[in-house]
Write a protein that binds this ligand. Structure first.
Ligand SMILES: [Zn+2]
Length: 385
C-alpha cells in the first residue's frame, strides 16, 4: 500500500530506540533526513542539555531556517525521547491506527508523532518553497524524565522566537494554554532501632511515625484531590521503602511524593501541610527513655505552572491554524507537565497541540493516523500563514 510521505516518515522514526537519555540515534535520523533534503549543516545545532543535566548522550536538536518574508520568528517543537516501554517497538498500520506488533512494547507515538509533524513540515517547506517567516524546529530530549530538554532551552540559541507551538498529545484541535506546576517531595524518617522481641520499648518505629503522619494528612484532606478555601491541587506519596527485618524496630524509611497546583502559593501550602504532619508525628512517638525520631524533609520544583491569556498572539495563531485546517479549536488547561511549562518559564510562551496519541505509556498505545495528519496540516499553517 502507498502511504502519504508523512506517514512513511512516522514509520521510519517510530521503531528507533530512544528512551530518555539515549536519543542519539533518533536525533541523528532527523538531522540526516533534513540535511539530505537540503537543510544546510550550518542551520543544525545540538544544544548543551546533556552536559547541563549531567546525563544523556545528546542535547536537543535545533534547526533554524531564515525567513523569506519579514515576520517574527516562530518555533515548532516536540520531544524525541520515549518511555522505556517503547524500546524495541515494531509499528504496524491497521486501518486508521498505528499499533505496536508486540504485546510487550508501547508504540512511542508519544512523541515520535510530534517529532514527525515537525520533520514533515520542514521537508514540505524545502520542497514547496513558499514564503514563510523565520522558523525554528526544536526536537527536545529527556522530556519523559522531567522536561529536561525544555528546562535547558536557551532563547537566544533558538533565535528568540516570538511564538512557540509544541506538538504532543491527543486532539490536534485541543489548544492547551496552561498546565499545572509540580513540586517533588522527599522525606526521610529516622527512628531508633531495637530488638523487637527483647527490647521493643527502646525503639522508635519510623513506620509508626509515617503512618501517623499519613493518617493525619488523609483525615485533613491533604492527600489525593485537595479542595480548600485557599485553592485546589493534588498530592501523592507514591514511593515508600524501609525496614530490614520483622524482629527489628524500623529506624529508617524513605518516602517520595509530589504536590501539584496551578497556584504557586497554594502548592507551597500543600508542601507545608505534609511537612507539618510528619513533624507532628515525630513528637507523638517516643521510646521508654523519652527519645524521639526525626525527619529530613526536602522539596524542589519540577516545573512551574503557567497559563497564557487567550488574547496572546501565540494562542490566537494556534486557534487560526486549527480553523484553517477545518477544525474548531478547544481551549484547554491540563494537570500534567509539558515541555511548554519550561518554555514559557524560559520566556518563550508556548501552546501545545495534539497529534493523535492514545493510551500512551502502556502496551495498548496506538496512534490515530487522521489526527496525526490533521496535526501536520495545522503545523503547515503555523509555519507558513
Ligand atoms: Zn509526550
Amino acid at each position: 500500500m502507498n502511504y502519504p510521505d508523512n506517514v512513511k516518515l512516522l514509520m521510519m522514526l517510530l521503531p528507533i530506540p530512544g528512551a530518555s537519555g539515549n536519543e542519539a540515534a533518533v536525533i541523528d535520523a532527523i538531522r540526516s533526513t533534513a540535511i539530505q533534503a537540503g537543510v544546510l549543516e550550518d542551520c543544525c545545532h545540538i544544544d548543551q542539555t546533556h552536559q547541563l543535566a549531567g546525563f544523556g548522550e545528546t542535547g536537543s536538536l535545533i534547526i533554524k531556517l531564515p525567513g523569506n518574508r519579514p515576520a517574527p520568528r516562530r518555533l515548532l517543537m516536540a520531544h524525541v525521547d520515549t518511555v522505556p516501554l517503547c524500546v524495541g517497538c515494531e509499528p504496524v498500520i491497521e486501518g486508521e491506527w498505528i499499533t505496536s506488533t508486540s504485546d510487550n512494547t508501547a508504540l512511542g507515538g508519544d512523541d515520535r508523532a510530534g517529532a514527525t509533524v515537525l520533520l514533515s513540515t520542514l521537508l514540505r517547506i524545502l520542497k514547496e518553497d513558499l514564503p514563510h517567516p523565520p522558523l525554528t524546529f526544536f526536537w527536545t530530549v529527556q522530556e519523559e524524565i522531567g522536561l529536561v530538554g525544555a528546562r535547558h532551552a536557551d532563547a537566544s540559541l533558538l533565535g528568540n522566537p516570538e511564538t512557540c507551538f509544541n506538538f504532543d498529545g491527543t486532539l490536534p484541535e485541543g489548544v492547551i494554554i496552561g498546565a499545572t506546576g509540580d513540586e517533588h517531595i522527599g522525606i526521610t524518617v529516622h527512628g531508633i532501632a531495637s530488638h523487637a522481641g527483647a527490647f521493643p520499648e527502646n525503639g522508635v518505629s519510623a513506620i509508626v511515625i509515617a503512618s501517623l503522619a499519613i493518617a493525619e494528612l488523609q483525615e485533613a484532606g491533604w492527600l489525593g484531590k485537595i479542595e480548600k478555601e485557599n485553592g485546589t491541587g493534588t498530592s501523592n506519596l507514591g514511593f515508600i521503602q524501609g525496614g530490614a527485618a520483622t524482629n527489628v524496630v524500623t529506624d529508617y524509611l524513605e518516602i517520595r511524593g509530589e504536590a501539584r497546583s496551578h497556584n504557586k502559593i497554594f502548592r507551597a501550602e500543600i508542601v507545608s501541610a505534609i511537612q507539618n504532619a510528619f513533624e507532628n508525628a515525630v513528637i507523638q512517638v517516643q521510646n521508654e527513655s523519652g527519645n524521639r525520631g526525626r525527619i529530613e524533609f526536602e522539596h524542589h520544583l519540577k516545573y512551574e505552572a503557567f497559563q497564557l491569556d487567550v488574547s496572546e498572539a501565540v494562542v490566537q495563531s494556534a486557534m487560526s491554524a486549527v480553523k484553517a485546517a477545518g477544525e474548531e479549536p478547544e481551549i484547554r488547561i491540563v494537570n500534567g507537565g509539558l515541555d511548554a511549562n519550561w518554555m514559557t518559564e524560559n520566556g518563550m510562551p508556548t501552546v501545545t497541540l495534539g497529534c493523535g496519541q492514545d493510551a500512551i505509556h502502556t502496551t495498548a498505545e496506538r496512534l490515530h493516523i487522521p489526527s496525526f495528519q490533521k496535526a501536520c496540516e495545522i503545523a503547515w499553517h503555523l509555519a507558513t500563514d
